[in-house]
Design a protein. Structure first.
Length: 469
């Protein structure tokens, strides 16, 4: 059976909470979820699988439709966030038009958040929710061999006698080392880079799944944390290095949940003499000065940290489990190293009732002075604690999301938290935040001194001009 795994075009991507002036300006990283699916099918089936990453290749539906006609897959698997729903649906429709007997499977964040709703559309035959490697393999076996029992495939949504059936969720895969490594060479790895990275060629990388913390705005709180062993992680890092990849972007929900594991990975890198840049997303309260020192020695060049707000009141309100003094201390430690830092902040949180409250967050960002910041407007998403609170307070109308996931249109916009401000006021504060942080002369001079290559220069120039204009 021939299978196409597709990261669809983004011709109809709808509004997100990130301001358009910084959205989509940071390059592309490989679709790691699809790569894991491709590798699992490659190792456990005899199917012919081809991948299409349209955003990285800057290709649209017209190009993709021609490619699918040429490849003629029996099944297509489409990944996507809810913001890509219209493109997912458009792709499904023209594939079904060219091959009415073909099978359409949806997966990724949207299908995990809205599994039964995904089958609202007659063009969609199946939806996979949760971790999809085993589920997709079992589904392809069922479709290919015309035998088996769909009701026994965990993590699957399907139709039976016109009724949409959602099976129980698949139990978490605890032994992540049993998964085959992503086969990154099935894609053109030269297409992937990251604007705030230090190398031209970069890739996404995952060493763990799940996060045990309970931030109110997170759609996946409390998931069981599972981690790969240090040897398996560094084995894959070596594979990437041999491909000519210069930087690894760890996209774990929280890389440093297990402090000893971080130390073990670093020690394994050092022991092998592996020279490759890497960076990770971590939690403030789990970082130690010792960890930073050994991470730098092992090639870590940047750390991304979710801070969200500049006051203890705000951190308690969002259940961050950290405080401002911990943030200050960690950034002081980072500045003792040569590693870069990136801080993520939100404005418009429930505790911010005046513009002066928002300015406390902006001023705190300037005080701790990360190398890069990203400011966003708090926008509650379904299946989060703060979304449910917004619905209870009648700040959020659930019909907006419910209507979009069953009848999507390009005028959709998720509702920000507008308890104390209008959307226009929050957008103005975002503009102020970026200009106050990035517009500092000393900051701009420092960034110019950090440029590593011509491509690095042009990426940073485009992002900077876009922010400050």
């Amino acid at each position: 059976m021939k299978i196409a795994l597709i990261n669809p075009p983004e011709e109809n991507r709808v509004y997100t909470e990130v301001p358009s002036k910084v959205n989509m300006k940071y390059g592309h990283l490989p679709p790691l979820g699809l790569l894991y699916l491709e590798s699992y099918l490659h190792h456990h089936t005899n199917h012919t699988v081809k991948m299409f990453d349209c955003p990285a290749n800057e290709t649209g539906h017209e190009w993709l439709e021609k490619e699918l006609k040429s490849f003629a897959p029996d099944m297509i698997g489409i990944t996507g966030h809810s913001h890509n729903l219209i493109d997912m649906l458009q792709l499904s429709r023209y594939y079904k038009k060219m091959n009415p007997q073909g099978i359409v499977v949806w997966g990724g964040p949207h299908s995990s958040a809205f599994p039964k709703e995904s089958l609202t559309f007659p063009e969609v035959d199946y939806a996979v929710f949760g971790e999809g490697e085993i589920t997709l393999k079992e589904l392809t076996d069922y479709v290919d061999k015309k035998t088996g029992d769909l009701s026994k495939i965990f993590g699957l949504v399907y139709r039976e006698d016109g009724k949409v059936i959602q099976n129980p969720a698949r139990p978490y895969l605890m032994e992540l080392d049993t998964l085959p490594h992503p086969r990154r060479t099935v894609l053109d790895i030269s297409k992937y880079s990251y604007a705030i990275g230090q190398e031209v060629r970069a890739t996404s990388f995952v060493s763990s799944r799940g996060c045990p913390y309970q931030c109110t705005f997170c759609s996946t709180p409390g998931k069981v944390f599972r981690a790969r062993g240090a040897k398996d992680v560094v084995d894959e890092m070596e594979e990437c290095h041999k491909m000519g990849i210069g930087e690894l972007y760890f996209v774990d929900d929280t890389f440093n949940v297990d402090k000893q594991r971080v130390m073990d990975i670093c020690n394994e890198i050092i022991k092998r003499g592996l020279k490759i840049n890497w960076n990770f997303r971590g939690r403030i309260n789990l970082i130690t000065e010792e960890m930073l020192k050994i991470a730098e020695k092992a090639g870590c060049t940047r750390i991304q940290l979710g801070i969200e707000t500049g006051t203890d009141e705000g951190m308690k309100r969002l259940k961050k489990g950290i405080n401002v003094e911990q943030v200050r201390q960690v950034f002081k430690w980072i500045k003792k190293t040569k590693m870069l830092s990136a801080g993520y902040f939100m404005i418009g949180s429930p505790h911010e009732k005046t513009k002066d409250d928002i300015m406390k967050t902006i001023d705190f960002a300037k005080e701790i002075d990360p190398d890069y910041v990203l400011f966003g407007i708090l926008t509650p998403y379904p299946h989060t604690e703060i979304y449910d609170e917004g619905v209870a307070k009648k700040l959020i109308d659930p019909a907006i999301w419910n209507n979009f996931v069953t009848n999507p249109s390009t005028d959709f916009a998720p509702q920000p938290w507008l308890e104390h401000f209008t959307l226009k006021e929050l957008e103005e504060m975002i503009d102020i935040a970026y200009k106050k942080f990035y517009g500092r002369p000393a900051y701009m001079l420092k960034r110019l001194m950090d440029i590593k290559s011509p491509q690095d220069f042009w990426q940073k120039l485009k992002a900077g001009v876009n922010i400050l204009k």
